[in-house]
Every structure is written in structure tokens, then in C-alpha cells.
Design a protein around this ligand. Structure first.
Ligand SMILES: [Zn+2]
Length: 457
């Protein structure tokens, strides 16, 4: 830890502490409705002491990308995290991007260099843990608790407190009652560790992330929306626990501390999962030759392929010189193929209802820019709300409606709250959060951030 500068100045001197809580996938509209219906009294109290606004997610709107944009203040073209899964350039190798894939420094590393003490818990894409001036507990990408902490010794302390990195989603596929219990258990342990570290460790910046809301939504959102007599009350009970925890957080916010609460995308009921690779295959865009006995996958793409898709609605042109068996020529050929595919995707319709499943198709240059632009997907689909685009290649049907995964992300309707300040920008992006944190902590922000300063003095 010797490379960190010594603390520049004691707390005070105009610099504030920042306490940030991530509540994964909690929609702005849902939080406001909870408050209006009197279900989250602590959150209501907290929101009255500051400003809360809707926040837009990232493209694509998955946790890995959105939280990377948050923590770096940059778009994916700079930070290089484009999905929960990705393929390595010049290969068809699929991998899970993590903190070593991230090419811009997260705010806690910058704050550490400025001599600030930080504690960071469970924020997505923080595995492997970075060396910080303080403590780090990594996210759901961690293979084990032993490998999830900086410093390493912290893992033992967490183990003793029964800390769990993530709820086990496999339980939900076996038994949703058991999964609800699991969610409560993981949230309780996370909160216990969070308050233990908050109260016992020195910090200028403390961030903890609640992932359980996202997990709850994926498996229970539709039940809540349909007011299911068995599950809806349990859904709200879970939020009562979240509200109690936020109340305990609020008790720890003194006049020298700014509380930031944010989520990373909205949520909606899944109308249908959409297996875009099925459509690409049936319409002559995609061809695979899997090894005998193996399902088709990206690794089995043939040169007859012009395009393939990965979660959620990212489309890659099979480009010569970039993809190993690429067939589309760069330049005019690429532009023509991409335009034709974009036009056809816009016309994709629900085979049962005829409804449009795609609202808009973005070209990479419309949403990404920066030094890692070459890794970007060529097209990104903005779906009609409720259509969940999937990257699996082994499905027979274009669409599917199941009863296990019944909640899905949305691009808009995430939320940002800042205590004691006005938020002065109307359309907020994930990249807009950390410039405010640097400003509050009186630490100069690094060059080249995409976000704007969105709070009043
Ligand atoms: Zn998320």
C-alpha cells in the first residue's frame, strides 16, 4: 500500500465524505410508487433530504456494463466492458469480462491515489479485487470468498460473519420458496458486514452494493406486477427489509457525509425471450457446424456466416480480418450488410401477435467512442419493453415465455439520489455520477471522463 500518497488533509477543510449504496435494478418508478403507497418510510425520509431523478442505463443495459460506466465515468468505448459475456477480438472465444478487462480506472483507485481511504463492497465487475487504500470485497464474478477480498486477510473476517458473495440462483430453478429465503439470508449477511465495516473502518468513500434486488426481480417481478396473492406480499416484505437497511444507513449520515443511492437499470415483466440467433440462422445470416454431439455455439461459426448475436441484443458482423472465419469485407461491403441487417431487425415481429419487437437499432458509432471502440458490437438492439433478447445459439424457437425468469431489465428508469444537493441535469447517464463524487470530495477528476457534473454546489 506504500504507493498511495499520504492523506492530504484531515476530513473537513471543505472535503466531504461520500457514502454510496447501489441497489441493483431498482426502477425509479417503482421506488416512487413504494413511497407513495407508504411501503418504504425510510426511503421517503431520505429522498426528502435531497434530490432523486430517473437515470438512464448503458448500452446494452446489463449490470456489468452499467456499473463499469458508473465507476469509470466513461462509456464502454473507453472502459471496454460491453457485456456480461463477450468474445475476444480475432477469436470466437467467449469469456466473462472482469476488472482486469476494464481499461479505465474506477473511482476508488483514483481516490486511493489521492490519499483518500475507501471501502468498496460487492460492486459488479470488481473481481479480481484491486489494491486500494482501504478495503475491497469483490462481486458476483468472484469464484470464492477467499479470492474476493483486498487485503486477502479480510476474507476470514467475512467468512466468520457468514458473508455470501451472491444468492445461488440455481435454488430458484428448484424451488422459489427456498430462493426467497436465500435472498433474505444473503441480504441480512451483507448488511451486517456492511455496517460492521462502516462503523469500524476509517473511510472517506464507502460504497456497498445490494445485488439481491436484481435477483428478486428476475424471479419474482411479474408476480408483483400481477399482484399474485402468494408472492406479491413476499416481494413487498423483501423491500421492507431493504428499507430498514437504508434507514440504518441514513442514521450514519452526518453533516460531513453525502449519501448517494443509485440503481443501474429499470425492470419489467418478460413478455417473451427472443432467440435472435434462431432468426439469423433461419434467414441466412448465421451458419454453424458444431462438432458431433455438441450444440451450436459461437465457436462453431462457419465462413457462410454474415452476423451473429450475443446477450442481450448485441450483433456482430462476421468481418474478415476481425473474426477468424470472417467473410464480410471491411468497407463498403460491411456498411451494406450492416444496413440491410439493421433494416430487417427493425421489422422483427412477435410471431404470435405481430407486434414489433425492436424499437430501434443502434450502430456502434452512435453509442460508443474511445480507445477500445474496436471491441464494440456492430449493432445494438433497443427492444420493445418486455422482449428479452438472448444470445443462445441452440434454441429451435425464436421466442419463449417461461415461468422461472420472469423479470427483465429496461434501459430507462434507473434512479439516482444525492442528499443535500440539487441534481441540475435532466437526462442522466451512468457516467454522470462520479464527476459529482470527485467534486464533493474535492479530488480532481481524471482527464477524459464522459460524464458531466450534475449536482449543485
Ligand atoms: Zn443490474
Amino acid at each position: 500500500m506504500q504507493w498511495f500518497a499520504r492523506r492530504q488533509s484531515a476530513p473537513g477543510g471543505g472535503a466531504r465524505r461520500v457514502l454510496a449504496i447501489g441497489i441493483d435494478g431498482v426502477p425509479y418508478s417503482f421506488a416512487m410508487r413504494q413511497i407513495a403507497e407508504g411501503r418504504m418510510p425510510n426511503l421517503a425520509r431520505i429522498f426528502q433530504a435531497g434530490t432523486v431523478r430517473p437515470l438512464n442505463s448503458s448500452w446494452p443495459f446489463v449490470s456489468s456494463v452499467a456499473w463499469s460506466s458508473f465507476m469509470t465515468g466513461c462509456n464502454p468505448g473507453k472502459h471496454n466492458i460491453y457485456g456480461f459475456v463477450d468474445r475476444r477480438l480475432n477469436t470466437y472465444d467467449v469469456f466473462l469480462p472482469n476488472s482486469s478487462t476494464m481499461k479505465r480506472e474506477p473511482i476508488w483507485c483514483e481516490l486511493s491515489k489521492a490519499g483518500k481511504e475507501v471501502v468498496v463492497m460487492n460492486v459488479p465487475v470488481t473481481y479480481p479485487p484491486r489494491q486500494v487504500n482501504g478495503l475491497m470485497v469483490s462481486c458476483f464474478l468472484s469464484p470464492s470468498l477467499e479470492k474476493a477480498t483486498y487485503p486477502k486477510e479480510l476474507a476470514g473476517r467475512l467468512q466468520q460473519m457468514g458473508y455470501k458473495i451472491d444468492a445461488d440462483a440455481a435454488i430458484a430453478r428448484r424451488n422459489k420458496d427456498d430462493f426467497m429465503k436465500e435472498l433474505h439470508h444473503v441480504l441480512e449477511r451483507r448488511a451486517a458486514v456492511m455496517f460492521e465495516l462502516m462503523d469500524s473502518e476509517p473511510w472517506d468513500f464507502f460504497m456497498s452494493h445490494i445485488m439481491e434486488t436484481d435477483r428478486l426481480h428476475h424471479f419474482f417481478w411479474e408476480y408483483m406486477e400481477n399482484n399474485d396473492p402468494y408472492w406479491a406480499p413476499q416481494f413487498y416484505d423483501f423491500y421492507e427489509k431493504v428499507d430498514t437497511i437504508l434507514g440504518q444507513v441514513w442514521e450514519r449520515v452526518d453533516e460531513n457525509t453525502t449519501l448517494v443511492i443509485l440503481s443501474d437499470h429499470g425492470f419489467c415483466t418478460v413478455r417473451k425471450e427472443v432467440y435472435l440467433n434462431t432468426w439469423l440462422r433461419e434467414n441466412g445470416w448465421l451458419s454453424t457446424e458444431p462438432a458431433p454431439g455438441k450444440p451450436p455455439s459461437i465457436a462453431s461459426i462457419t465462413p457462410a456466416t454474415r452476423a451473429y448475436s450475443m446477450d442481450p441484443g448485441r450483433v456482430f458482423i462476421n468481418l474478415r480480418g476481425r473474426e477468424p472465419r470472417g467473410s464480410v469485407e471491411p468497407g463498403a461491403d460491411y456498411e451494406r450488410v450492416r444496413q440491410q441487417l439493421s433494416d430487417e431487425l427493425l421489422e422483427l415481429r412477435d410471431p404470435d401477435t405481430g407486434e414489433k419487437m425492436v424499437q430501434r437499432v443502434y450502430k456502434r458509432e452512435e453509442i460508443y467512442h474511445g480507445e477500445n471502440y474496436q471491441n464494440a458490437p456492430d449493432l445494438v438492439i433497443s427492444p420493445t419493453t418486455g422482449y428479452a433478447f438472448k444470445g443462445a445459439m441452440d434454441r429451435e424457437h425464436l421466442t419463449y415465455k417461461g415461468d422461472v425468469l420472469i423479470g427483465e431489465h429496461t434501459f430507462d428508469d434507473a434512479l439516482l439520489y444525492v442528499s443535500g444537493h440539487d441534481i441540475v441535469k435532466s437526462t442522466l447517464t451512468m457516467e454522470d455520477v462520479v464527476p459529482a463524487v470527485y467534486n464533493l470530495m474535492r479530488v480532481p477528476q481524471p482527464d477524459g471522463l464522459d460524464g458531466a457534473l450534475v449536482i449543485s454546489a
